[in-house]
Design a protein around this ligand. Structure first.
Ligand code: NAP
Length: 335
């Protein structure tokens, strides 16, 4: 069977969180007929949260998955082609950029907007790995329901940890938040809700030393906690452990091709969404380790699309001034 020829597009967007969808909305409205490849988790991280209270424009509390449905519908409505596929590799060494997908599809993109977001981080312990999916989770929204009337431990001190802990109080009998320092970095309003909640206990200055459990049937029975100051350990019984210690950028695909910082965040020129490769832009959590909000990701998606539009207009203008022969075009990979 012959492999189908790569499809071409003026603007390929990788990722379907707020950055990707917003880039798509702007690129579509600039008549670029963008193609958006949704990735492993269509809708991104907001599809695994619940209440969203800080996305402007909604007086009532809205749900993360609903917000993403709306963004997807809007992107489609204005003319984005949505593709449910996963990008496996990219070649940014020449334009048009070649993008290979899991389905076998290949794309040639005149501009590329990277909005691949970030993924939950894990502690990196063997015992954590052993019980993943059997009591160890990184998503309270996905798995909280299984802990009705049970005891759970949440690890972390940021917004995610506090939100997950509060969400879990809807199901669990007791929620223990374990944090490695003696203060949280979560927003004040969330901290106040957490401290006021009768089902929540906060254990300061402790880290998880080991997840304990049984193998028949597979399940968590507790955690061994270690005091980070004294080294003392103690066991706490629980049925589930939720790891909420932040996120790492999904930038693996671009290693060796785009500049990144020590943590893997893609570097862009200050005040823009432009990477060092002309025609390649990055937006949202894959490039932002400071704000990491849905609304800032959306803003960066907008910037990336507007820059792609401007870049293509300049290219078109230059081509009109200096038309090249078909032969020359083939030689340099243009069309
Ligand atoms: P985060 O703010 O980076 O917090 C990560 C937490 O995990 C920190 O408290 C950190 O401790 C702890 N931690 C990191 N590595 C650890 C390790 N190996 N062992 C134990 N603890 C560890 O991450 P996040 O809470 O996922 O939030 C990410 C971003 O999304 C933030 O900008 C946040 O504001 C945003 N967010 C916003 C909302 C909202 O506005 N509703 C909801 C969720 C997330 P230290 O404090 O000691 O560093």
């Amino acid at each position: 069977m012959s492999t189908p020829a790569p499809r071409t597009t003026r603007c390929l967007i990788v990722g379907s969180g707020p950055a990707g969808y917003t880039a798509a909305i702007y690129a579509a409205r600039a008549l670029l007929n963008p193609v958006l490849i949704a990735g492993i988790q269509p809708g991104g991280q907001l599809t695994i949260t619940t209440d969203v209270e800080n996305y402007p424009g909604f007086a009532d509390v809205i749900q993360g998955p609903w917000l993403m449905d709306q963004m997807r519908a809007q992107a489609e409505h204005v003319g984005t082609e949505l593709v449910n596929d996963i990008v496996l590799s990219v070649d940014l060494s020449k334009r048009p950029f070649l993008v290979n997908c899991d389905s076998g599809a290949e794309w040639l993109a005149e501009t590329l907007i990277i909005a691949t977001g970030a993924q939950a981080k894990w502690l990196g312990m063997d015992s954590e790995e052993r019980f993943k999916g059997f009591g160890v989770s990184a998503c309270a929204t996905c798995d909280g329901f299984f802990y009705r009337g049970k005891q759970v431990v949440v690890v972390g001190g940021g917004n995610t940890a506090v939100e997950e802990a509060l969400f879990l109080t809807n199901f669990a009998e007791k929620v223990t938040l374990v944090h490695r320092r003696d203060e949280l970095r979560a927003e004040r309003i969330l901290q106040e809700r957490l401290f006021a909640h009768p089902k929540v206990e906060v254990v300061w200055d402790h880290a998880i030393d080991e997840v304990k459990g049984e193998t028949d049937p597979m399940g968590v029975t507790g955690v061994r906690l270690k005091n980070v100051n004294t080294g003392e350990t103690r066991d706490v019984a629980c049925d589930g452990v939720f790891i909420a210690i932040g996120h790492a950028p999904a930038s693996e695909l671009f290693k060796g091709q785009l500049e990144m910082d020590g943590s893997g965040y893609l570097k862009v020129k200050a005040g823009t969404a432009a990477t060092a490769v002309e025609g390649v832009y990055a937006a949202g959590d894959v490039t932002d380790d400071v704000y990491r909000q849905a609304v800032t990701a959306a803003g960066m998606g907008c910037m990336a699309a507007l820059e792609a539009v401007r870049f293509l207009a300049e290219q078109d203008h230059a081509a009109a001034q200096h038309p090249i022969s078909h032969k020359e075009a083939e030689k340099i990979g243009a069309w």
